[in-house]
Every structure is written in C-alpha cells, then in structure tokens.
Design a protein around this ligand. Structure first.
Ligand SMILES: [Zn+2]
Ligand SMILES: [Zn+2]
Length: 221
C-alpha cells in the first residue's frame, strides 16, 4: 500500500499530550495550483494554538478521540469549530465531553478549568473501519485506562492513546479504569499486531509493538 500519508505530532497543554495530525495532499484537480491538503486530527489536546495555525488551510475531515480525558479533548471545540468537522468517540464515553466530572477536568483544577463541550457526532466501537482521507482506519476497543479507550490502526501505524506508552502503560486508577482490562487490551489485542507496527502514544515518544513486547517492564510475563 503506498500513500502519501504524513503524520505530524503536536505536544500540547500542561500534561504534554500528543495531538496527531494526519494529512494527505492531492494535486489540485485540473489546475497547477497548490496541492490541496486533507487531514484528520487525533486527540486535539489543551491549548491547541499551534495545531489550529497548522490546519488553517487544511480540509480537516474528522477529529478522532482515543478517549475523553480532558488533556485529550481540551481542544475539541476549537478544532471542531475551525474545521467544521465531526468528532468520533467510543460510546462508553458518550457523556464525558459534556461532563467535567467524567472527563477529569473537575479534579485537576491546578492545571485546567472545568471543561465541557458539545457531544461527539459519531460513536466508535470495536471492529469498525473508518474511511477517512481515502484510507482505512480500524477501530480497536482497548479499555483499561478508561472504559471507552480505543486505538486506531492504519497499515503499520497505531495510535494508542493512553493505553500503551514507550516502556510504560496507562494508569488505571481513574474513574472507570481497570487494570485487568488494560493488560488484556495490550496482550490480547495490541501484542497480536505485527511487531513492526509503529505506536504513536498519547504521551511521550513513539515506539513499536515489537520493542514493547521485548522491553516494556509492565507487560513482561
Ligand atoms: Zn487519559
Ligand atoms: Zn493523557
């Protein structure tokens, strides 16, 4: 599969959350004008100024949320308004965008005001395939860090939210978190992927499935 998919990382907000911008460019039909860029945003974190600047001339088709904690959804409404595009979120967190107690922003008042936004337009579920940018994105329900955590797989790229990090895993002590589910998600779903798949986590640097299987101290048998 050859695509001209480009992946950019914007590390945003007080918790240094990774927002990912995926773009494809197409030559302007018929004209020699500038290439037209289309994109999707995964997890528009808090203080999305740099991201908003970057997407100004991009046709953004969708905002995908790996889950609805405040550090991942903080920029949702600004990006949604700027782009005029829908938001996708797992059904189990359908009421988290509107509820600052559920998205955690009530609890960390030293880093954020209480956040509430309009609900998501579309619900995600295990096994769905999203067609965006002319590409397929597989939705994997990977609960444990939060009940509606999902990972998005496109080819050899996995966007894992706060489930799997380089040499670490997501915390399970927040409301709706469950340690048993987190390890099941990683071992029975993510670790079944090709070891060469690149992992783009919600915090920290990228890694691969194979590297984590061999080295992640939290998931070694
Ligand atoms: Zn989180
Ligand atoms: Zn996070």
């Amino acid at each position: 599969m050859t695509t001209n998919l480009k992946i950019e990382t914007f590390t945003l907000g007080p918790l240094q959350t990774n927002a990912y911008l995926l773009t494809v460019s197409e030559p302007d039909a018929g004209q020699n004008g500038p290439a037209k860029e289309r994109g999707i945003v995964i997890d528009p974190g808090m203080n999305p100024g740099r991201l908003l600047e970057r997407i100004r001339n991009i046709e953004v088709e969708a905002i995908l949320l790996t889950h609805a904690h405040f550090d991942h959804m903080g920029g949702v409404d600004e990006v949604r308004k700027a782009a005029g595009c829908p938001v996708y979120l797992h059904d189990l967190e359908a009421d988290w965008l509107t509820d600052p107690r559920k998205n955690g922003s009530m609890r960390w008042q030293d880093v954020t005001p209480p956040l509430s936004t309009d609900p998501a337009e579309y619900a995600l579920d295990e096994g769905q395939t999203l067609q965006l940018l002319g590409l397929s994105f597989q939705v994997m329900h990977t609960p444990g860090h939060s009940p509606g955590s999902v990972s998005f797989l496109h080819g050899s790229h996995l966007f894992s939210g706060d489930v799997l990090f380089r040499m670490s895993v997501g915390r399970t002590d927040l409301p709706g978190g469950r340690e048993r589910d987190l390890y099941d998600s990683i071992r029975t779903k993510l670790y079944k992927l090709n070891p060469e798949v690149t992992v783009y986590p919600g915090h920290g640097g990228r890694t691969t499935i194979g590297f984590e299987m061999a080295n992640n101290p939290y998931t070694r048998e």
